[in-house]
Design a protein around this ligand. Structure first.
Ligand code: CP
Length: 324
């Protein structure tokens, strides 16, 4: 693997899934791969899971690791090209990324969208700038439009829960429903875009996206999914319910008020096939999902967060083993 910016960088999803499950069963078996290697992690935005799971993944591989909160821990960075830097910015991104990539063998980067200009966000201007300036392979720790390490961890979690065995054909596809849920703030589409991009490529999954009108995601990520607008109908017989808020793609970055309550409750979970509740976290309790769901056995959100270690470790392993 040369980089990890989306599922399109994965040659064979099933093989990578097997690798992650093997790593989880024996997490310290590949320490030769990380020996004398350094993983750098740059965060332009806050994180709990991505930061700590990536650190743990690097340690498990025997690699060195450093983390930088860009802007907060370093000089204030200038992002625009051609600027006369006589204001608050002390260092340009051009030198900063070249220098930081000289200090590591793999560079992880988190860059959220501004949700102001759809073209700028969807062209991944900021993430691509970092990628193009880096002298080493880049791993997405969540970009403006995608969060592939999260989606891969979600796939690992579902595979574990159904005891997935690639050599045995499933008698029935697994029904996974991604449902829009409420939130008081304007959130990016990176998690749902990425989840859709991965799960439309998994042939043992029957994948539905249910959302209010006006919340349709960019079709480049959702082709192959069943698109629905009635949450109760869509949840019927679901094996996994993946809740997430996102702001509108059409009315870019906006919140469109809803008359119906889209929060996931135990009553709604009872419509499913003893389905499990999933969320990438952090989650707003009693807004996105009721306490009664999160605090019950139907919730597998901690399994997902735990599997963030093994999604990162499998990806770092594949990239590091390809380095000279
Ligand atoms: N799910 C996720 O990426 O969590 P953090 O934002 O805390 O890293």
């Amino acid at each position: 693997m040369k980089q990890f910016t989306s599922v399109n960088d994965v040659e064979n999803i099933d093989k990578l899934l097997q690798k992650a499950l093997e790593i989880k069963a024996n997490p310290f078996a590949q320490q030769e791969v990380g020996k004398n290697k350094t993983i750098g992690l740059i965060f332009f935005n806050p994180s709990l899971r991505t930061r700590l799971s990536s650190l743990k993944a690097a340690y498990n591989l025997g690699a060195n690791v450093w983390v930088l909160n860009a802007g907060a821990d370093s000089w204030t960075l200038e992002m625009q090209d051609g600027t006369v830097m006589n204001g608050d910015s002390q260092e340009h991104i051009t030198e900063a990324i070249q220098v930081m990539s000289a200090y590591c063998d793999v560079l992880g980067v988190r860059t959220f969208p501004k949700l102001q200009n759809r073209d700028e966000d969807y062209q991944e201007v900021m993430f691509n700038k970092v990628k193009n300036l880096s002298s080493v392979p880049v791993v997405s720790l969540e970009s403006a439009t995608l969060h592939p390490l999260q989606s891969f961890a979600d796939l690992i979690t579902i595979a574990e829960k159904i005891n997935y065995n690639p050599t045995e054909k499933l008698t029935k596809k697994v029904k996974v429903v991604m449902t829009w849920a409420p939130h008081p703030r304007r959130l990016p589409q990176a998690v749902p875009n990425s989840f859709a991009q991965w799960f439309t490529k998994v042939d043992w999954v029957d994948f539905t996206i249910v959302q209010p009108k006006g919340y349709e995601l960019d079709e480049q990520f959702t082709q192959g999914a069943t698109i629905a607008y009635n949450q109760e109908e869509a949840l019927k017989d679901a094996d996994f319910v993946y809740a997430k808020n996102w702001s509108s793609y059409e009315q870019y970055g906006e919140i469109i008020p809803q008359e119906k309550d889209w929060q996931i409750t135990m009553e709604k979970m009872k419509l499913t096939n003893n389905g499990k509740f999933m969320h990438c976290l952090p989650v707003r309790r009693n807004v996105v999902v009721a306490d009664e769901v999160l605090d019950s056995d139907v919730s597998i959100v901690i399994d997902e967060a735990t599997n963030r270690i093994f999604s990162a470790q499998a990806v770092f392993h594949e990239i590091l083993k390809g380095l000279k």
